[in-house]
Design a protein around this ligand. Structure first.
Ligand code: UN1
Length: 492
């Protein structure tokens, strides 16, 4: 059987635990292979290798480090189709979206490769004569990267590429649900010429491997994307050890539809953002805040569109909505639908698991729409992470902004309107880390910072230049060439 192994110090190795987890195709339930479940001793071995490798890696000039990223980008491009097929097979998203995700990793590789020739610092005037001052970015050391199954290659690239370009070495724990894609990604690193020990892969549970990474005294930075619950634990435990912890967690993202909006466009945006990836994006549109004047029309047209969506195995090019990741996810999503019904929300479409003959064995949930949802209901506040969205009627932009902002998350939001003043008012007042105008809540590009406010994160950002702030330390340098002692703040 296909078995995913750890990659430590340039070698594919097992673990003494000899324990494995099954990996299955969410579209069919078919067993794809198994994944080694490591323990603390594997993390220790990986950290030792990473620490040793970092001694040399930090001395490799940044343009040369980044040149490897160019090669990785080119190899990802060459293998784009195989990687996309593998992604659909093990994670379930439809093939077009899988291609889009691999493209994100390609874009990130080329973007960060260019950074090898910038990695800008600052030169600054000194208070004293004949004295030169500058600040430069330094690598931090060994970094721990913990990534989720919903964007297994894109999110890993947002974190690993800046970390590598900046001269750090890595311990990567990918999600157990997407092991073979992680393996393929690391094989590309290896073939592109990344020295042994620069990237190490350790598979296992959060409880065992995740904890070992967070607690390891030689890991200085932890970059995590995943659930709020796990993120909080990492922040608490990492914080106690004075580590830098970068967290990217949930969202409760809203599309605002004003009364002058182009409704065809709004429906395209909503359907794409709410049901694409079966709603399993942290940027997914899980609230539609609609002006009461266009509510009924939007409802009717959305219902019609949702009924036409083709659901099935994402490898079929004509399928628009794939399965959700596993049975527990199906149950969790369905539980939220039950909660919504109990809270008094009106179910318009969906609200059930799908298991007719062509979908048998897979984890399919019908795209679901609630209406007459009030902002205080749990389905309007909590992240569902499935193909479920809720219409919340409002009477003005001010009310829409209030509803948008009045949740604990702050990742993404969007507004559909033709009124330029309303656009700028919304841009000023929406409190999310990402805001879209006249398009849905998904589709962030890698050269802009990715992340959110409030309980979505803890102030850091993935991708964009902002990612360098997670993986570098500033070093301030003063060079006095006056050939005498000049006393700062005194001899001025
Ligand atoms: C995520 O769901 O965690 O903006 C990432 C988007 C994608 C990335 C989503 N580019 O929807």
């Amino acid at each position: 059987m296909k078995t995913a192994m750890n990659f430590i110090n340039g070698k594919w190795v097992s673990s003494k635990t000899n324990q494995f987890a099954d990996n299955t195709n969410p579209a069919t339930g078919e067993l794809l292979g198994r994944v080694i479940q490591s323990d603390q001793s594997d993390v220790n071995a990986a950290v030792l290798a990473a620490k040793e490798a970092q001694k040399q890696w930090r001395l490799v000039p940044a343009p040369q480090r980044a040149e490897i990223l160019f090669r990785i980008g080119a190899m990802l491009k060459d293998q784009k189709e195989q990687l996309s097929q593998m992604l659909t097979l093990e994670m379930g998203k439809v093939i077009d979206e899988a291609r889009g995700e691999v493209q994100e990793a390609i874009d990130m590789a080329f973007y960060m490769a260019g950074e090898g020739r910038r990695l800008f610092g600052h030169t600054t005037p000194s208070e004293l004569g004949s004295k030169f001052a500058m600040s430069v970015r330094e690598p931090i050391g060994v970094v721990g990267i913990i990534t989720p199954w919903n964007f297994p290659i894109a999110i890993a690239s947002w974190k690993a590429f800046p970390a590598i370009a900046a001269g750090n070495t890595i311990i990567w724990k990918p999600a157990t649900e997407t092991p073979f894609l992680a393996e393929a990604f690391v094989k590309i690193f290896e073939e592109a010429g990344l020295p042994d020990g620069v990237v190490n892969l350790v598979y296992g549970t959060g409880l065992e491997v995740g904890s070992a990474i967070v607690e390891h005294p030689h890991i200085q930075v932890i970059s995590f994307t995943g659930s709020n619950e796990v993120g909080r634990t990492i922040a608490e435990r990492g914080g106690k050890l004075l580590k830098r912890v970068s967290l990217e967690m949930g969202g409760k993202n809203a599309v605002i539809v004003m009364d002058d909006a182009d409704l065809d466009l709004a429906i395209d945006g909503i359907v794409w953002s709410a049901f694409g990836t079966s709603g399993q994006r942290c940027t997914a549109c899980s609230r539609i805040i609609v002006h009461r004047k266009v509510k009924t029309e939007l409802e009717n047209r959305l219902i019609e569109r949702m009924r036409s969506l083709k659901i099935g195995n994402g490898l079929d090019e004509t399928v628009q909505i794939g399965p959700v990741i596993h049975e527990q996810a199906l149950d969790r999503i369905h539980n939220y639908v039950e909660i919504g019904k109990r809270e008094g929300a009106k179910l318009l479409v969906g609200g059930r698991k799908l298991s007719n003959r062509s979908l048998a064995g897979g984890n399919y949930y019908a795209p679901t729409l609630f209406t007459d949802v009030s902002p205080s209901m749990r389905i309007a506040k909590e992240e569902i992470f499935g193909p479920v969205t809720s219409l919340i009627p409002v009477d003005s932009l001010e009310e829409a902004v209030d509803v948008n902002n009045n949740v604990s998350y702050g990742l993404s939001s969007s507004i559909f309107t033709k009124n330029v003043n309303k656009v700028f008012q919304a841009l000023r007042d929406l409190d999310t880390g990402i805001v879209y105008v006249n398009t849905g809540t998904t589709g962030a590009e890698i050269h802009l910072p990715f992340g959110g406010t409030k309980e979505t994160g803890n102030g850091h950002r993935d991708s964009g230049l902002a990612a360098l702030d997670v993986f570098t330390e500033w070093k301030s340098i003063y060079i006095d060439y006056s050939e005498k002692l000049q006393r700062a703040q005194i001899d001025v």
